[in-house]
Design a protein around this ligand. Sequence first.
Ligand SMILES: NC(=O)C1=CN([C@@H]2O[C@H](COP(=O)(O)OP(=O)(O)OC[C@H]3O[C@@H](n4cnc5c(N)ncnc54)[C@H](OP(=O)(O)O)[C@@H]3O)[C@@H](O)[C@H]2O)C=CC1
Ligand SMILES: CCCCCC(=O)/C=C/[C@H]1[C@H](O)CC(=O)[C@@H]1CCCCCCC(=O)O
Length: 329
Amino acid sequence: MVTAKAWVLKKHFEGFPKTSDFDLKMIELPNLKDGELLLESVFLSVDPYMRPYSQRDMKEGDIMIGTQVARIVESKNPAFTVGAFVVARSGWRTHFISDGKDLQHFPSNWPESLPKSLALGTVGMPGLTAYFGLLEVCKVKPGETVLVNAAAGAVGSVVGQLAKIGGCKVVGCAGSDDKVAYLKKIGFDEAFNYKTVTSLDEALRKASPDGYDCFFDNVGGEFASIAINQMKKYGRIAVCGAISQYNVSVPQKGPYMQVPMIFQELQMKGFIVTRWNNRWEEGLKALLKWVVEGKVKCHEHVTEGFENMPTAFIGMLKGENIGKAIVKV
Ligand SMILES: NC(=O)C1=CN([C@@H]2O[C@H](COP(=O)(O)OP(=O)(O)OC[C@H]3O[C@@H](n4cnc5c(N)ncnc54)[C@H](OP(=O)(O)O)[C@@H]3O)[C@@H](O)[C@H]2O)C=CC1
Ligand SMILES: CCCCCC(=O)/C=C/[C@H]1[C@H](O)CC(=O)[C@@H]1CCCCCCC(=O)O
């Protein structure tokens, strides 16, 4: 008999999540039936979406949603071998039982030396978000100038590097000087700390006096309202996330965006990466190749210990992470 630990949403978040909003539960797992397998989580992901999706889809008492890299510890399913690793979407749990249907295998050419946790970041859902957002929503072209915010995070850091691979000039904004130094290190042309500049408008203008062809927006809110005024004619805005709004209890009002959108004839498009589910193999193959070739650099902010899942989640929302925020069990 295996006892799993699981984090549940004790109380719906009000404003910024608190550790007291979570409860740690013990769950006794039954013996396996034919066709089932027992898995243990090795790495778990903490992602911004958990904040708005918990509000929309979860009840108090539900296990927190989320993705993990897990190892198969017992198998009564011939398609899965004990010891193999998979990516699962089984929430914040140390152990779980699956019938194998929703598990993703690692690509067969995943190098032994490459950390498997990257399947939750650069070579996983966040990397694919950067890939399809740039390619299919921004439709970037060589020579264009791309702006990305939350640039040192899981999605943003890949956006900047892929835009460089695509022959663009890249401007990134992030919330600390260490993050800015990191952005320069991984090849961003311009980077600044949006928390310390005296004027965001001036900082954006200085970084690209001619304006921006593409804006990959992870933040929304006031940042987006200011940046939209510096878009070039026919510019494209990929509305990927709105993290500045996820913990706001009272929805904020304007400034409104219609005037710059009309004058500059902009296109602004929201997207959810799962729209390209049928092309995940293509995206993962490209990302893995760039990572193996060293053309895309990866950084992870690893929190040790399953008991620290809530702290890791809150830390990511506060901006403590450079690169992908991960918990190592
Ligand atoms: N549309 C889609 O399909 C997907 C959308 N997303 C979205 O992409 C965005 C980035 O996600 P991800 O890369 O995983 O997360 P990150 O790794 O970028 O971590 C979140 C970062 O957001 C920044 N942040 C937090 N609060 C604010 C704020 N009030 N204003 C500005 N920045 C803030 C912090 O960086 P800093 O120090 O720079 O403030 C923090 O490190 C999120 O909005 C997420 O919801 C992610 C995956 C898929
Ligand atoms: C206003 C909210 C914007 C949120 C944007 C965002 O971060 C979206 C993330 C999704 C991404 O596109 C694909 C995903 O996996 C994220 C959603 C996950 C939903 C969880 C579903 C429940 C579960 O895991 O059991």
